[in-house]
Design a protein around this ligand. Sequence first.
Ligand code: PRT
Ligand code: ZN
Length: 283
Amino acid sequence: MIRVAIQSKGRLNEESLALLKSIGINIDEPKRKLVSRSNNFPIEALYLRDDDIPQVVSSGTATLGIVGLNEVVEKELDVEMVARLGFGGCRISLAIPKSEDYDGPQWFNGRKIATSYPVILRRWLNENGINAEVEVITGSVEIAPAAGIADGIFDIVSSGSTLVSNGLKEVEVVFESEAVLIGNRNMDADSRKILDEILFRINSEKESRGKKYILMNLPEASLDKAIEILPAMRSPTVMPLASKGWCSLHSVVNESDLWDKVRALKAIGAEGILVVDLDKIIL
Ligand code: PRT
Ligand code: ZN
């Protein structure tokens, strides 16, 4: 049994649980529970504030954790970075009042910046040789300039609408983040085995993203051309049809070029084309 720390509420909670569900792990939602055990996988969820997740994983209270990369880097704790999870995407940026002229990082020299991410900010200031004062505040960082607390802010941005509605403009993207799976450095062999199974399932799930299963009837004479249009994982599956001179062709395509492929296949005589959602691809 291993314990995985998950955000109890907030932006990453739903997608963390959805990720576990998508890889076949049943787990109850937090609902005032601190711990909940899966009934079909040797895992137990520990529901916490995101700020506490790097610490509990680093200390071993939980073996795994799902948390924003920004929190992991900011806390400067030694944990294993196991996988990027592809959700919770955001950036941490510097922003200043939109009326200001911005002439590059030196704008911040001698100015005051409000943030909840002082470690990541100080690193950037050092790298750029900027001497600025860092004002650490938690929550509502975006109101600091209007409140006269700071000249600029360093905060999480996703759509950018919070900045706009506070009269601010984004001037430097300093850090790109997404949800990550982290692990305790000293996990034992049994835990490692469970983690390997989780990773195997996550990768199968990832592999199927943005892909569709396509099947069609095709004149056998067009088969070579169709195989050129549809390079599949190994090679497309071809099956004979009852009507002479025809076959059924199955393959996997990227959703991004699905319609180009469909047009090309129709042009060489494909009929009855079916496009089906893919759930997992086990390589
Ligand atoms: O209660 P707890 O401490 O667990 O949660 P929290 O309030 O500290 O964090 P939460 O739930 O807001 O965010 C958790 C994680 O989600 C962050 O650490 C990031 O990794 C990630 N994330 C992704 C975001 C955003 N997108 C985001 N937009 N975290 C915060 N925001 C904020 C942003 O600061 C801004 O104020 O959302 C606001 C809206 O953003 P715009 O640009 O879309 O307007
Ligand atoms: Zn938090």
